[in-house]
Every structure is written in C-alpha cells, then in structure tokens.
Design a protein around this ligand. Structure first.
Ligand SMILES: Cc1cc2nc3c(=O)[nH]c(=O)nc-3n(C[C@H](O)[C@H](O)[C@H](O)COP(=O)(O)O)c2cc1C
Length: 181
C-alpha cells in the first residue's frame, strides 16, 4: 500500500448527461466506501464557459478567476483517475485542451494516473487510452497497467452501477489498484 495520496477523478468530457460523469460519481463513491479515500472531482463539463477563448493558450490564464481553482486542484493532487469515453476512435478533444492549459511541466510530472475506457461500440476506448497514455507519458506521469475497457457500456450500466457483475468486479479491482499504486 502506498502512502496516503490526494486523488483527483477526471470526467473527461464536457458532454451534458454523459455516462462518463455517472461512472465518475460511482468511482468516487467506491473510493470512499471501499477504501475510505476522499477525492477531488474534476468534471470537464464545469470548465469556464470562456475556456477556449480566455484560458487555453493565454499567457495570463492563471489570473482568470474561473481557471485558477482548476490549476490549484491539479497542483494539489498527486494521483489522477481519468474516465475516458471513446469519441471518434480517440479521447475527447476537451481532455487534450485541459492538459494543454495546465502549467507545464509542474502540473503532472512525477505524478501517477489510472484510466478507464468506455464506449458504446466494441473498442471500449482502447485506442483512446493508448493515445492519452502517450500524452501522460510525455508529461512525466506513471500510469497503472490495468486499463479496463467497458465496451457497449450503456447496455451494462444502470445509471448508478454496472449491472454486469464482470464489469462491476473489474471496476472495483481498478479502484483498489489505483488506491494501492
Ligand atoms: C462526439 C462523440 C463521438 C463518439 N464516438 C464514438 C466512437 O468512436 N466509438 C464508440 O464506440 N462510441 C462513440 N461515441 C459514443 C460514446 O461512446 C457513448 O456516448 C458513451 O456513452 C460514452 O460517452 P458519454 O460519456 O459522452 O456518454 C461517441 C459519442 C460522441 C458524443
């Protein structure tokens, strides 16, 4: 078991009513209930409305009142969980924009992360996690080997938990390994 860490769980889409956000809520609940770990939520749907115009690639972005708290939460976390939906065969563009907006290299270098992939199709965001794993590696993040791919996710998700016990068991194993990494 590793030392006590500060975990941030990232809902990696800005889509309203996403399955990703529901699974993130379940992940945080499992962290708390199974392991007594509180976590920070980073829901990309809640990024400032003017994120693309007034934050991303702006030199003075850290004086943007709606962005400063995001950077602070990332600075405070030493471990991240990314729940990643598959969009057009990869991860959502907003996730790359989020990483691009963070201070480099101090935001992520030397930290740890795990990933979960979901999709309506039969890839389960395998390529999305591979692509984003390369981004994390570039940023100096160590990633957990276990990367569950929840294919046809909406057939196995009841809105609060996985209705398929194989999925739910794998999910809980991922939470456990993330806590222990
Ligand atoms: C812009 C967009 C692109 C998508 N591309 C794919 C895809 O390439 N493969 C796939 O299996 N599902 C794709 N989906 C369906 C998502 O996997 C599905 O919506 C799933 O519930 C996860 O996304 P969500 O968290 O936005 O709900 C796409 C959905 C959106 C909104």
């Amino acid at each position: 078991m590793s030392q006590i860490s500060s975990i941030a769980v990232v809902s990696a889409t800005s889509r309203v009513d996403s399955t990703t956000a529901q699974i993130v809520a379940h992940y945080r609940d499992m962290l708390e209930r199974n392991h007594g770990c509180s976590s920070e939520l980073l829901d990309l749907k809640e990024l400032p409305l003017d994120f693309l115009n007034a934050v991303l690639y702006q030199k003075d972005r850290n004086s943007h009142p709606g962005w400063a708290s995001w950077q602070s939460k990332v600075n405070a976390a030493d471990k991240f969980v990314f729940v990643i939906p598959e969009y057009n065969g990869s991860f959502p563009g907003i996730l790359k924009c989020f990483v691009d907006a963070l201070q480099f290299p101090r935001s992520l270098r030397g930290k740890k992360a795990s990933m979960i992939g979901i999709s309506d199709g039969t890839q389960g965001a395998a390529l999305a996690m591979s692509h984003f794993g390369d981004v994390l590696n570039y940023a100096g993040v160590t990633t957990l080997a276990l990367r569950p791919r929840f294919i046809e996710v909406n057939k196995h998700w009841d809105g609060q938990r996985f209705s398929n016990p194989i999925y739910q068991n794998l999910f809980e194993e991922h939470v456990k390994q993330t806590v222990g990494m």
